[in-house]
Design a protein around this ligand. Structure first.
Ligand SMILES: *[C@@H]1O[C@H](CO)[C@@H](O)[C@H](O)[C@H]1NC(C)=O
Length: 184
């Protein structure tokens, strides 16, 4: 009983510190072009320094409204980090672009950014739509995983993020991150 209380308290402390039991590092960023046209450009993004911070800029060539534009995310996991990838069950099928930003950008990316400081991309809130046209910078950004799920597979996780307009692939980005148990 005493132990149970201690374990629960430790878990609470972990939550208060907003720390996950894992660490995430950017491993690879690879932009890809669309089938006949490319409307989203991620080739200005790099990982820099020992901490592999995200730095550079990305471009949206036009405003992207919720009716024409969709995004899909395919997820693959390589538990041993050896390049053998298996499809994960948590894929995001083609979803209207604004919903996608409100659900996934807000949970996975936005906590790492500070609009006006580390990015000029606008804050995504409930009224966010359409996705604006423009060139947006990100300055030396380290991933903040406070809002990520507590259960994520260890090893390499690859996300293939594809943008669609009128059902056609208009470009995207492949992101690979390394997920390890936190050393502490
Ligand atoms: C970070 O990105 C900015 C803006 O694109 C660029 O000017 C700067 O040189 C980049 N820093 C490094 C270390 O690559």
């Amino acid at each position: 009983m005493k132990w149970l209380v201690i374990i629960v308290l430790l878990q609470l402390l972990e939550k208060i510190k907003c720390e996950q039991s894992y660490e995430v590092t950017n491993e690879r960023l690879e932009p890809f072009e669309g089938d006949s046209q490319t409307l989203v450009l991620f080739d200005g993004l790099k990982t820099i320094g020992r901490e592999r911070a995200l730095n550079g800029s990305f471009k949206f060539l036009g405003e992207m409204n919720n009716d024409d534009f969709k995004v899909s995310v395919e997820l693959y996991s390589s538990p041993n980090g050896d390049g053998e990838f298996k499809r994960m069950v948590m894929d995001v099928p083609q979803t209207s672009i604004c919903e996608c930003f409100k659900k996934f950008y807000v949970q996975f990316v936005q906590p790492s950014l500070k609009t006006g400081e580390t990015t000029n991309f606008p804050v995504v809130d409930d009224d966010f739509c359409p996705v604006p046209e423009g060139e947006f910078y990100v300055k030396n950004v380290i991933l903040n995983t406070q809002d990520w799920p507590s259960q994520v597979p260890r090893g390499i996780v690859k996300a293939i993020i594809t943008f669609f307009s009128g059902g056609k692939n208009v470009g995207g980005l492949i992101v690979e991150v390394k997920i390890e148990d936190r050393q502490s």
